[in-house]
Design a protein around this ligand. Sequence first.
Ligand code: ADP
Length: 397
Amino acid sequence: MKILVVNCGSSSLKYQFINMDGEKVIASGIAERIGIQGGMLTHKVPGKDKKQFSRELKDHSEAFKLLMEVLIDPEYGVIKSMDEIDAVGHRVLHGGSKYSESILIDENVKKAIEECIPLGPLHNPANLMGINACEEVLKGVAQVAVFDTAFHQTMPPEAYLYAIPYEYYEKYKIRKYGFHGTSHKYVSARAAEILNNDKLKIITCHLGNGSSISAVKDGKCIETSMGLTPLDGLIMGTRSGSLDPAVVKFLVDNENMSVDEVDTMLNKKSGVLGISGLSSDFRDLEQAAEEGNERAQLALNAFYYRVAYTIGAYTAVLGGADLIVFTAGVGENSSQARENIVNRLGYMGIKIDAEANDMRGEEKVISTPDSLVKVMVIPTNEELVIARDTQRLAFSK
Ligand code: ADP
């Protein structure tokens, strides 16, 4: 069985085509500049050179048609006909309070995704365009929606409510939702599987360009660091994370900025980019800090500090911790970030094994045998979770 996993942004369409017999990726890529000049699709087949196809892509439907042409292309393709696509799984940003699980897409689900547009104004419309494009091109093929918010729906009200007048929660459903749910779910479940124990208190750290932390008790999420939107919580590549909400009014009053401009600044020009003034990329910052750039070092220190601070808070929330898991671009690849974060947690009896930590992208325990809390690296695989959910829901009858 072959499943196509799709992640649509406002001007992009990322895909992975997975053969579920062996769970192997047989092709992957991205269509970019959809709706703007210079459309392009970059297609990768494992073991072969990547191939670029340039074509104006008016909308997601045209991008999807080009993807189909590429997948069945005699030279670069991986299948003979579109009939070999058994089902499609879509990454959808916001499922609001309605979806705590993935779901087979029908008209009602599409309506619910549309109703969540105010909560995910940038992503949900793009996700819907992807679903409609796929429906048009692959008529009758089962489609499944996998929500970034779903895993966090088990949080209790005391964790997800904001302390603003309750009527805004009732009227607009303003609350903490959390994101990266598929990743937190995958790595926490994988840890339970590796340790052969599903009764664990786990703190999962998804540290990438966007970063979030979750507290997972017995497989269920009870707290997470992102909020109504992905802007809250940790210091990220370009997002500020948590700050005093009064900063917005201060800048509107003093810097002659509109609320929209402040919002863009907090999302796109802040985080480690904002502090360092240099880059949002941790590789650049690590290198610059090594060469003596103090602002790069300050940005990294602020990032490590906020992660360690949040792990401390989540240890309290969980009533202790059995395991800390690092994942995503920085969590999987930066031994320096892991070391600097774990070294701030010595008070918990945690000890890092420097030799074990000296690696990238491996599924591995990186704490010493006598560490009171285990620390692991588990590479995330959101596409695989989407593909598995899609297979389960599309063919469960
Ligand atoms: P996204 O949130 O966009 O999915 P990723 O999870 O891919 O992000 O993470 C991207 C981040 O991971 C970038 O900041 C990049 O610098 C960082 N990263 C990737 N490889 C390394 C590495 N070897 N050392 C340090 N940081 C790395």
